[in-house]
Design a protein around this ligand. Structure first.
Ligand code: GDP
Length: 373
């Protein structure tokens, strides 16, 4: 029966039901694979024949199991995060699963952040945020998997620190892990017999080993899904206004106490009060350039939303609005220059000594952090 079949590439249990799941193989390929005696899951097949990694994801439990294998392995861990969505890129408890293994922290999507921003400052910020999450990376580096910039720096770091370890690449879904690995594959041509037999045969954990040079192995691991990502509440159409594709142009506002900025109809920012006499504050919004921002009075904001969500305030559209959970309120007081982060969407940078509110669909995280910029 199907239950006894495993991919000879990665060792994942073969299944034919869930194209997005681990071990998926189309029925037709299953038949061919059985006949030829070389049964690969679709992911390994594509890697073997097209030199291309497909993203896959795992449920929480399976992911935890995978992480605990990493703890016991002799591994150099390459932890990929999306610098535009750092908090959404966090793997809960990763520092525990890492054990004594060294970590390289990779901030991907550097092309999205303003070019004027000093890279050294950004790296420091990233390292500090990692420390707050209990992680002490050996090195922190920035790159753009999409553009291919600075990937060589990462390869040099891997070379420097790997010793006799295998290299495990980990990250939550959407951080660009597959894009990065495909980049690395392209830069390491002559990958003949890509897939080695799984070192953990019979596990349902879908790991892929890629030879790096003569005797180096890179292990791709599935991403973990964050169910509360903004992306899950929006249509692909609406996502175009939300997920930044290009360098973000910061949008500055001189706000008065009691003013609101709507971010389409997906989120909202209020300046409630500033301490001191001037009752005004300079704030800067970092969101996808096409996301329409709309300033209005706080006291009318509720009404304004009722009347204009899905029309003047968009995305989403009026029809899609029904699928969006109601906006929930999160209030903060800043004691230093800070970012009000709406996870997966962007952030508003606010000065010290202000009372501010971030609103996001219920379930989406809103948090305050030290200003990145
Ligand atoms: P994975 O789930 O971590 O494997 O993520 P993917 O590699 O599938 O990438 C998720 C999304 O991020 C895709 O839309 C990619 O085009 C985009 N992406 C990946 N790397 C970059 C990057 O360096 N810059 C930008 N702007 N987008 C990227």
């Amino acid at each position: 029966t199907e239950e006894d079949l495993f991919c000879i590439g990665c060792g994942a249990k073969i299944q034919t039901d869930d194209p997005k799941g681990v071990g998926y193989t189309p029925q037709s390929a299953l038949k061919k694979g059985l006949e030829s005696g070389e049964l690969y899951c679709q992911r390994c097949f594509r890697l073997r024949h097209y030199n291309e990694i497909q993203p896959v994801s795992l449920t929480d439990d399976d992911f935890r199991r995978l992480l605990s294998q990493i703890r016991d392995a002799n591994a150099l861990i390459v932890y990929v995060v999306d610098i535009f969505d750092f908090n959404g890129s966090m793997i809960p408890g990763l520092h525990r699963f890492v054990g004594d293994n060294p970590v390289l922290l990779v901030g991907n999507k550097e092309d999205i952040l303003p070019r004027s921003l000093k890279r050294s400052k950004l790296t420091d910020w990233l390292r500090q945020q990692a420390n707050l999450n209990g992680l002490r990376p050996l090195a922190t580096t920035l790159l753009s998997a999409k553009k291919g910039s600075d990937v060589d720096d990462l390869l040099a770091l891997i070379d420097k620190y790997r010793g006799d370890r295998d290299v495990y690449v980990v990250g939550v879904t959407n951080v660009g892990k597959s894009t990065l690995i495909n980049r690395i594959l392209k830069q390491n041509t002559g990958v003949a017999d890509l897939i080695t037999t799984s070192r953990f045969p019979g596990t349902t954990l879908d790991k892929i080993e890629i030879p790096l040079g003569e005797d180096h192995v890179l292990v791709d691991t599935p991403g973990i899904i964050h169910p509360e990502q903004m992306a899950h509440f929006l249509s692909p159409e609406a996502l175009k206004f939300v997920a930044p594709q290009k360098e973000i142009k910061p949008r500055g506002y001189q706000l008065q106490d009691g003013q609101t900025i709507f971010l389409g109809a997906v989120a909202r920012f209020d300046l409630v009060k500033t301490v001191g006499g001037n009752k005004t504050a300079g704030v800067t919004a970092y969101f996808e350039n096409n996301l329409p921002l709309h300033r209005t009075k706080l006291e009318n904001a509720e009404n304004f939303y009722e009347n204009h969500a899905g029309e003047l305030l968009t995305p989403p559209t009026k029809e899609e609005l029904a699928d969006l959970p109601a906006l929930a309120r999160h209030e903060f007081k800043t004691d230093t220059k800070s970012d009000v982060v709406i996870e997966g969407l962007g952030w508003v940078t606010v000065p010290a000594n202000a009372t501010v509110v971030g609103w996001a669909p219920k379930g989406v995280n809103v948090l305050l952090r030290r200003a990145m910029i």
